[in-house]
Design a protein around this ligand. Structure first.
Ligand code: C2O
Ligand code: CU
Ligand code: CU
Length: 510
C-alpha cells in the first residue's frame, strides 16, 4: 500500500481528534498585506493579449516565471504565466479548425508557493514540484489531450495537445491540472482564456471587437512586499481547505477601472478563483442580459440584476451602458468591489443587437438515459477529507460509462458547503435540485426528500460543464457521454477540495 494511503488512513482516524483551530483572523507575525488599504480603481483594466500562432492554428506556449505589477502602488510580484505577456493570454479559435498547442514547461525547479501541503495524498513527494498538465476546461478531447492529472511533465519538458474545436462557440479556460499541485500552479498564474467562435454566433451581430471584453476574476492574498501568499499549513496548523483572499484581481490587476462608451458591451466572465464563488451584480443594480454559460449560448437572453459565478464557470453577458451615460459604478462580487466602469457622457453609435433568440437548445428527455447513478459529495471528519461517492482518487474506477450513452447523475451533496462539480470531455444539462434529509441518509442510506423539486435557474438552462451543487441537496444532471473511449475526471472545482480528494476518474468504454 502506498505510504500516502497509510497517511490518509491515519488522518481519517485522527480527524475527530484534530483540534487545530481554523480562522481567517490574522496570525501572529502575519505576513499579509491588507488589500483593502490599497486605493481602488487606479489602474486601467488590462485587456488580454491575443496569442499569436507560430503557424496557422499552431501555438507554442511557454510556462515561465515573470514579474507583474498588480497595482499602481505595489512593487512587482513574482508570478508564473502561459507566455511572457504581463496580461492574461487569450487564444481565439474557430469551430472545426483544430488547434495544436505545444505546452513548454520552462518553470524553475523551485515552486512559487514553496510549501506543498503536508496532508495531501497526491503531493507526490520527491517528484518535481513544478510539474504541469495543461487542461483546456470545456474542451471535448480525448484523454491524451485532456490534461489528465497524472499525465504531468516536469520543467525542461514539453507536451503537444490537439484540440479539434468540434463544438459550439463558447468560452473555455486553460489552466493547470497537475496532480496535487494545480491549486498552487493556478494560483501562481497558470491560467488563460480561449474563445471558440462559430458562424451561428457571428450571425447574431453581438457587440464585438473592442466592445467584447473578457474578464478573468480571482482573489489572492499578498505579502507585505506584494508577493503571492498562500497559507502554509506548518504555520496555520492544517491544510488550507478553501482559499479566500482579500485582493480582487480582474485580468491580473487589483480593482482596475474601465472607460466604456455609452452603448452595448459583451462581457465574457471567467471565475478562475481557487474557491470563491462570486455573486455578481453592479453597484447601481443595472440590469443586464445573460446570453451564454459554460458550453455556449443560451436559447434566449435572460434579464437579471445578479447571478452567482462559481469557480470554473463562465458567463456571457450583454450590458447596455447607454442607460447609464456619464455614470461611474462598480461590478461587485461577494461583498468586494471587483472593478469600476466609467461610462462616457456622450451617446455612442451602436450597430450591435441583442437578439431575441440565440440558438436552439433541445432539452434532453429523461427517458433517453440508460443509467441513473446516485453519487455522494461528502466531507468526513473535521479536516480535509472530502470524497466523491466515498472514494479516494486512487481507488479503482467506479464510474464506467458506455460511449454514446446518456446517464443521469444524481449528485447528493451531504455537506454544508456548495460544491461546484465539473465533468471533463462532455457537456450536460441540469435537470433539477431538491433538498434531502442528510442525517436520515447517513443512518439508512435512503434518500428522503425534504423540499420541492427546483428547476435550474433561467441562465442554467443551456449546455453546462460545471454545476453548482448546493448543500444538503440532490442536484440532477443529464449527460450524453459523447466522448472518445478513455479515462477522464470529474471533480469539485474548489481547488483545495479537488486536491483532498474530491476528484475521481471516470472511464468511457465501448
Ligand atoms: Cu477546470 Cu478539471 O478543470
Ligand atoms: Cu475541465
Ligand atoms: Cu467542493
Amino acid at each position: 500500500m502506498p505510504s500516502c494511503w497509510t497517511r490518509r488512513e491515519a488522518l481519517l482516524g485522527a480527524a475527530a481528534l484534530l483540534t487545530a483551530t481554523r480562522s481567517s483572523a490574522q496570525l501572529p507575525g502575519d505576513p499579509s498585506l491588507d488589500a483593502r488599504s490599497l486605493t481602488s480603481f487606479v489602474d486601467p483594466l488590462p485587456l488580454p493579449e491575443l496569442l499569436k500562432a507560430t503557424s496557422p492554428n499552431h501555438y507554442a506556449i511557454t510556462m515561465q516565471p515573470r514579474l507583474s505589477r498588480l497595482h499602481r502602488d505595489l512593487p512587482l510580484t513574482r508570478a508564473w504565466s502561459y507566455g511572457s505577456s504581463a496580461v492574461p493570454p487569450l487564444i481565439e479559435a474557430r469551430k472545426d479548425q483544430p488547434t495544436t498547442v505545444e505546452w513548454i514547461n520552462a518553470l524553475p525547479e523551485t515552486p512559487l508557493i514553496s510549501h506543498q501541503g503536508f496532508m495531501v495524498m497526491d503531493a507526490h513527494p520527491g517528484e518535481s514540484p513544478c510539474r504541469t498538465s495543461p487542461h483546456l476546461h470545456g474542451a471535448h478531447v480525448d484523454t491524451k489531450n485532456d490534461g489528465f492529472p497524472e499525465n504531468w511533465f516536469a520543467p525542461g519538458h514539453s507536451y503537444t495537445c490537439h484540440y479539434p474545436n468540434a463544438q459550439d462557440a463558447m468560452a473555455l479556460w486553460f489552466h493547470d491540472h497537475a496532480m496535487g499541485v494545480n491549486r498552487f500552479n493556478i494560483y501562481a498564474g497558470l491560467s488563460g482564456m480561449y474563445l471558440l467562435r462559430d458562424e451561428q454566433e457571428a450571425a447574431l451581430n453581438l457587440p464585438r471587437g473592442k466592445y467584447e471584453i473578457p474578464l478573468m476574476l480571482c482573489d489572492r492574498i499578498l505579502t507585505k512586499d506584494a508577493q503571492l501568499y498562500y497559507p502554509n499549513p506548518e504555520q496555520t496548523g492544517d491544510e488550507e481547505d478553501e482559499f479566500y483572499g482579500d485582493a480582487m484581481l480582474v485580468n491580473g490587476k487589483i480593482q482596475p477601472f474601465c472607460d466604456v462608451e455609452a452603448r452595448r458591451y459583451r462581457l465574457r466572465l471567467f471565475n478562475t478563483a481557487n474557491a470563491r464563488t462570486f455573486p455578481l451584480q453592479f453597484s447601481n443594480h443595472l440590469p443586464f442580459h445573460i446570453i451564454g454559460s459554460d458550453q455556449g449560448l443560451l436559447a434566449a437572453p435572460v434579464a437579471t440584476t445578479r447571478f452567482d459565478l462559481a469557480p470554473g464557470e463562465r458567463a456571457d453577458v450583454i450590458v447596455d451602458f447607454s442607460q447609464t451615460r456619464g455614470e461611474t459604478f462598480q461590478l461587485i462580487g461577494d461583498g468586494f468591489d471587483l472593478m469600476q466602469f466609467r461610462v462616457s457622457a456622450q451617446r455612442s453609435q451602436d450597430e450591435s443587437t441583442l437578439p431575441k433568440q440565440l440558438r436552439t437548445i433541445t432539452r434532453i428527455a429523461e427517458n433517453t438515459a440508460t443509467r441513473t447513478r446516485l453519487l455522494t459529495l461528502a466531507e468526513y471528519g473535521e479536516n480535509m477529507v472530502m470524497l466523491l461517492n466515498g472514494k479516494f482518487w486512487h481507488e479503482p474506477v467506479t464510474e464506467i460509462v458506455q460511449a454514446g450513452s446518456t446517464e443521469i447523475w444524481q449528485l447528493a451533496n451531504l455537506s454544508d458547503d456548495m460544491h461546484p462539480i465539473h465533468l471533463h470531455a462532455v457537456r450536460f444539462q441540469i435537470l433539477d435540485r431538491r433538498t434531502i434529509n442528510v442525517p436520515a441518509y447517513f443512518a439508512t442510506g435512503r434518500v428522503e426528500y425534504t423540499g420541492p423539486v427546483t428547476p435550474p435557474l433561467p441562465w442554467e438552462r443551456g449546455w453546462k460543464d460545471l454545476v453548482q451543487c448546493p448543500p444538503r441537496s440532490i442536484t440532477r444532471i443529464i449527460v450524453p457521454f459523447a466522448a472518445k473511449p478513455g479515462r477522464y475526471v470529474w471533480h469539485c472545482h474548489i481547488l483545495e477540495h479537488e486536491a483532498n480528494d474530491m476528484m475521481r476518474p471516470f472511464d468511457v468504454v465501448v
